[in-house]
Design a protein around this ligand. Structure first.
Ligand SMILES: NC(=O)c1ccc[n+]([C@@H]2O[C@H](COP(=O)([O-])OP(=O)(O)OC[C@H]3O[C@@H](n4cnc5c(N)ncnc54)[C@H](OP(=O)(O)O)[C@@H]3O)[C@@H](O)[C@H]2O)c1
Length: 357
């Protein structure tokens, strides 16, 4: 049994559809709205049924996980959920896949909390997730002189992802205006790029430097001399909405930041109205002189980043069930196979184009 929490959401709906289409096993779909989950269950191929669960209710969560081989969590806000659902999954001997969590969730689980043979994969979406995985295609067998990451577009934020965007602040997540140079974080070395034309992006964009912890791990793992990582927006509305909220709320308390989510959603709606929906992931790599030949650019384009995250969740679930992820607690970018993931994405109808060249 595969237990999927949040299957009626923007990410979860596609995760449920792909898990069912891959034939990975019967699905137990959970959320607070039982009727919504039951409706989804009825529309999926294969066996699926709905069970009410509020992940904040320990008894309901334990009952939901009971009997599952793996629990897949697409509900958020991920930086509040952290290790809550993972612990409930481990308690019944199940493996675990989560749409978010990052280092904060990984670090919340010490070795003692994880049964020896169980596996958890956090941050199995587009960003974090693919943003730290696909650039590895450029660094196979050769260190890079420079690696650039540009990810973004014009997606309407769901209220939950707006809360998560507000919560991803501080050194546990990333450092603005900062590059990675020669083995360390190089603070205040980059500036925003305004109205730039970038390959794959249909309009001039604003690229804001943000060296995520995921990009820092990428730099270490690939041995790149320099990494520049940018969040890309079609206007300055979203960076301004986030900056205004952070100026008003100096701490990272979810309760204090949540009321600002509306302004973030509104800004994303305006961007979407002006530019339509698109999402681009552009990675460029320059090898060191004398390095063996290989690809220098990965470019993925899609319409819907949430649905794309659902595909990544299903691929991570398939990888764990197939035994291709070792026991322990991992982040998707560090443990999924970049080639196998790229091949599956290339064939997925939700990916408009994926070129490794
Ligand atoms: N890593 C990435 O690249 C990436 C990309 C997109 C989104 N995300 C994150 O993924 C999460 C989901 O985003 P979304 O846009 O799919 O949200 P959404 O459309 O609002 O869907 C949320 C889903 O979770 C369920 N849910 C919410 N609270 C719950 C609770 N307390 N207990 C059980 N189920 C609950 C909802 O069902 P009910 O209302 O019926 O409970 C719904 O099915 C967010 O935290 C977002 O930041 C990550």
């Amino acid at each position: 049994m595969i237990g999927l929490i949040g299957g009626t959401g923007a990410v979860g709906r596609t995760a449920a559809q792909r898990i069912a289409a891959y034939g990975l096993g019967p699905l137990r779909l959970g959320g607070r709205d039982l009727a919504g989950a039951a409706h989804l269950a009825g529309a999926l191929p294969g066996t699926a049924h709905a069970v009410r669960v509020d992940l904040n209710d320990p008894a309901e969560l334990a009952a939901f996980c009971d009997g599952c081989r793996i629990v897949v969590n697409c509900a958020g806000p991920t930086y509040q959920v952290l290790d809550t659902v993972a612990r409930a999954a481990f308690a019944v001997g199940a493996d675990y896949v989560d749409i978010g969590g990052e280092l904060a969730a990984k670090d919340a689980l010490t070795g003692r909390d994880v049964p020896g043979d169980r596996t958890a994969v956090f941050s199995a979406g587009v960003m974090p997730g693919l943003s730290g995985l696909l650039p590895r295609l450029l660094a196979k067998g050769r260190p890079l002189r420079r690696l650039d990451v540009y990810v973004g577009g014009a997606a309407v934020f769901t209220p939950l992802s707006a809360v998560d965007a507000l919560l991803t602040r501080g050194p546990r997540f990333g450092v603005p205006m900062t590059a990675w140079r020669d083995g360390q974080v190089a603070p205040n070395t980059l500036a925003p790029l305004h109205q730039v034309r970038l390959p794959g992006f249909p309009v001039p964009v604003h690229a804001w430097p943000y060296l995520t912890t995921e990009a820092q791990t990428l730099a270490v793992d690939t041995g790149a001399d320099e990494v520049r990582s940018y969040n890309v927006f079609v206007s300055n509305r979203l960076p301004e909405a986030l900056a205004e909220a952070w100026a008003e709320v100096p701490d990272t308390s979810p309760a204090a930041l949540a009321p600002h989510a509306d302004a973030v959603v509104r800004a994303s709606r305006q961007d979407n109205a002006d530019f339509g929906a698109f999402y681009v992931m552009l990675f460029t790599g320059r090898p060191r002189p004398g390095a063996p030949p290989g690809p220098t650019r990965v470019l993925l384009t899609a319409v819907d980043s949430y649905a794309l995250s659902g595909v990544v969740m299903a691929l991570a679930t398939r990888a764990v069930l197939a035994g291709s992820v070792p026991p322990g607690v991992h982040l998707a970018a560090e443990v999924l196979d970049p080639d196998a993931t790229a091949a599956a994405l290339h064939d997925d109808p939700l990916v408009q184009d994926l070129a490794v060249e």
